[in-house]
Write a new protein. Structure first.
Lengths: 127, 127
DNA sequence: TTGGTGTGCTAAGTCTACCAAGCACCCGGG
DNA sequence: CCCGGGTGCTTGGTAGACTTAGCACACCAA
């Protein structure tokens, strides 16, 4: 669609801001699309479409781009709306939470520990 | 629900895959695939495939599942390898730490829990 | 002028995350 | 025996994330 020099910047989706963000960061780093794409190991046309908001990149690609731009993955995910700004960062130290996440424990062991913990703590420290 | 007690368990050192993690968390929450799929707003066959490692879910789906399981999105992303784990997320350290910080427990209870936990976890890697 | 190299953008195709429907199995009741 | 309802798993198909090839324009050299 050979449009003229005046291009209307219309946010057709919520994630077009992500494209703007990436583009500004890329220009800030003085990288061409092909350069950034090379570093991030994606194709340059795809980067173009991402920057213009046509596609929503997967988290994997997002991480690669963030890495190439020397940004944290969290920042990228937040920009992409995959993470709430920093409410999620503050992970509470719940005992049950920690137990559930422990890879050394079997499911049965977790259930046992949680049962014991609840009997100690006197009720639902629900997680 | 209770399938054979002799199930192939993957190496204890880490979650062999995201699917195993999700399945454990689901079983820990006493949810069937259809129930979790319903809450997470994905299809039950897809959940089955994800749990068996056939597909790698998108961050969006990951977030939904995390929410349905009352886990933080960060935790899920970390499990999926999309985020590097922070000190906050460090799990086997986390259980003892969380126990020590819990104001509901007496010192004796904490010691008991930690002893049980260590017996379960195999006593390795303290600290 | 022509040619080579830079930029970003477009078109057509591949791969895969994801869904709807259905299968095989097991259990309790008629 | 045959149902009805529970479990997890398989099949076939769709949408979109992503790639490889190629377009159009701009700049500098011969």
């Amino acid at each position: 669609m050979t449009d003229g020099p005046e291009e209307d910047r219309e946010p057709r989706t919520a994630w077009s801001s992500l494209g703007d963000f990436i583009r500004s960061q890329r220009e800030l780093a003085n990288l061409s699309m092909r350069q950034l794409a090379e570093i991030a190991k994606i194709s340059n046309p795809y980067l173009s479409q991402v920057e213009r908001g046509l596609y929503k990149p997967s988290a994997d690609v997002l991480k690669q781009i963030a890495n190439a731009l020397h940004l944290s993955a969290e920042t990228m995910y937040t920009q992409a709306g995959l993470l709430d700004s920093n409410a999620e960062q503050d992970n509470h130290h719940g005992v049950e939470h920690a137990i559930k996440l422990d890879p050394r424990l079997t499911v049965d062991q977790k259930e046992a520990l949680i049962r014991i913990y609840r009997s100690f703590a006197g009720g639902g420290s629900g997680g």
